[in-house]
Unconditional design. Structure first.
Length: 575
């Protein structure tokens, strides 16, 4: 078993009111400082990052206090997704999961992963999977949508992190898209709710999209009101403001003996170039200026002296000095890596694990080449592969459903955002405002649903479905269809379906089976089904637009918010 240390301090509540204040030190800062006294609170789960770079291809990992010139390791690009037939990844070992027939998947596109060196936890398709590296042929579904925690159903896990607990044990935190954070205690092997954040109400619109930890402290990054927050269960919370003009991607935190730091990975709304902003005690650090061009960012992790950045849609991992952003080393992958995890061994060296489709890569362990057939484990087989980014490469060219009205810049109006008023998740994108504006077919296709029999509902029905959502802790399928209001669905080529909701009127010449051309007017913007319709025919008028792959899943489901945004920016043209 690998070991690591963590220390905690008795920080008074009065000192954590306005800026980031961490309760625990970062033990990795002390691992290579042999003159330091022993740290308190030894655990059996190494969760902190080393001062060294991870075990990447030669040369050897960077020493803690060295600042060599950047070196770039490049493999011949092969842009197809990882499979069991894929060439080896540098000096990596590989665990590849298969099932019969061969197109059935175990995991398709993991979006978050952590490891303690013996166990791996990853999120894929809304499930939290646990893999024991000592027994890799027996992965487990640790958490899945629909399971109950504290009398509330899990909806869609989006991020996870390892955490030190006050009782000396360690645990796993999982962030749900609806805002709750769940805790799996490794000691008791039980789930509990660490933070409740999905109250039902018309004005609740917070959206937490990233989770980070340091010692016993928990951190969340919020995209609607634009802030980072530190919390401890049953304590006052403290936060800091972040850039209001950028798309938020990920968050990492650390501290040294003098100060605490937060690193926010973000991308300006109208620019392809991303950036990392370092906050010291809640204030922007102007001395931190990364010199590399960051594009298609995915995630960051941080240690006492190094930041690990995955960008270029998973094709590159960069190691940066976390004081000034100087590039230390860089690895370019031959195919996209979906996510990565870092852990410490018993000697304080940092190691990386990479995840791709159905495959885990273990750098520095080339003798580990294992193919695992899980045909008998039907519970592990993915039944919905619509969230694989490769699926959305086959979308026909689409125009905007409302002329000259691009998708909204706010994350809350894009797929995957929480909908607290009905205890659910947004499955489409909202185009505001313009009551009565014309709605166009985004591509040629066939009408497969058109609600000519729609009748404006009584107010009591809104009360019923919201009460039902509060009781169930989620939106029922009937309730979801009710809140969409008057709808038109169009079947397009390659199995894609567009759904148009909240319509006020529809073209009287259209019926089920009607063929429509790209750009043809099919209806007008309204607010049918929206709670705003109770206050008038134009209140909260907007088009709710969904894009589905068959009936398997919608654009944005089980993806990182930044991946959803990039897909939306790619598949729509402007004519």
């Amino acid at each position: 078993m690998l070991t690591a240390c963590s220390s905690t301090s008795n920080l008074p509540t009065s000192e954590i009111q306005s800026t980031i204040k961490l309760n625990s030190g970062d033990p990795a800062a002390d691992i290579v400082e042999t003159s330091q006294p022993p740290l308190l609170g030894v655990t059996q789960t190494p969760i902190q990052l080393s001062t060294m770079a991870p075990d990447l291809p030669t040369p050897e990992p960077l020493e803690a206090h060295s600042t060599p010139s950047a070196e770039v390791f490049v493999a011949t690009p092969e842009r197809t997704g990882p499979t069991c037939q894929q060439p080896e990844l540098f000096r990596s070992g590989r665990l590849c999961y298969t099932s019969q027939p061969p197109n059935r998947d175990i995991f398709i596109h993991p979006i978050s992963m952590v490891s303690n060196g013996r166990l791996i936890w990853l999120i894929d398709g809304g499930r939290v999977l646990q893999i024991d590296l000592e027994n890799p042929d027996d992965p487990a579904v640790l958490l899945a949508p629909g399971e109950m925690i504290a009398d509330e159903p899990v909806q869609e896990p989006i991020d996870l992190a390892l955490i030190d607990l006050d009782n000396g044990e360690a645990g796993l935190l999982v962030l749900d898209r609806v805002g709750d954070v769940y805790l799996f205690d490794f000691g008791t092997k039980s789930w509990s709710r660490d933070r409740y954040s999905r109250p039902i109400g018309t004005t609740s619109s917070h959206y937490y999209l990233a989770l980070a930890t340091n010692g016993t402290d928990r951190f969340l990054l919020e995209a609607s009101y634009r802030y980072g927050i530190r919390y401890l269960p049953n304590h006052d919370e403290t936060g800091w403001s972040v850039d209001p003009e950028s798309v938020l991607v990920d968050l990492a935190v650390s501290r040294d003996s003098d100060a605490s730091f937060a690193y926010v990975l973000q991308r300006p709304i109208d620019s392809p170039q991303a950036e990392i902003i370092r906050y010291v005690q809640g204030q922007i650090d102007g001395n931190f200026r990364p010199t590399i061009n960051i594009t298609q960012p995915r995630e960051i992790q941080v240690g006492p002296r190094a930041i690990y950045l995955l960008d270029q849609a998973g094709l590159r991992l960069s190691v940066l000095n976390n004081e000034n952003g100087t590039l230390l080393s860089q690895t370019e992958f031959p195919f996209p890596i979906s996510t990565f995890a870092l852990y410490l061994d018993q000697f304080g060296s940092s190691h990386a694990i990479y995840a791709g489709k159905n495959t885990l890569y273990l750098p520095g362990e080339p003798d580990t080449q294992v193919t695992i057939d899980l045909d008998s484990r039907s519970s592990l087989i993915v039944t919905n592969n619509a969230y694989g980014p490769q699926i959305w490469a086959n979308v026909p060219d689409l125009i905007l459903p409302i002329e000259n009205l691009p998708p909204d810049s706010r994350e809350l109006r894009l797929p995957g955002a929480p909908r607290h008023y009905r205890q659910g998740i947004h499955e489409g994108m909202d185009f505001y405002w313009g009551p009565g504006r014309q709605i166009r077919a985004v591509a040629a296709g066939t009408i497969i649903r058109i609600d000519w029999d729609y009748v404006e509902p009584w107010p009591e029905l809104f009360t019923f479905y919201r009460s039902e959502a509060a009781e169930l802790g989620k939106t029922s399928e009937e309730g979801l269809d009710f809140f969409r209001g008057r709808q038109i669905w169009i079947q397009h080529e390659n199995g894609f379906i567009s759904r148009h909701a909240h319509l006020s009127t529809m073209d009287p010449n259209l019926n089920v089976g009607s063929q429509v051309a790209q750009g043809e007017i099919i209806g007008r913007v309204g607010n049918s089904g929206s709670p705003g319709s109770l206050d008038g025919p134009e209140v909260d008028s907007h088009l709710h637009f969904e894009l589905w792959y068959a009936d398997q899943g919608y654009l944005g489901q089980y993806l990182r918010p930044i991946e959803t945004r990039e897909l939306i920016e790619t598949i729509f043209t402007t004519p």
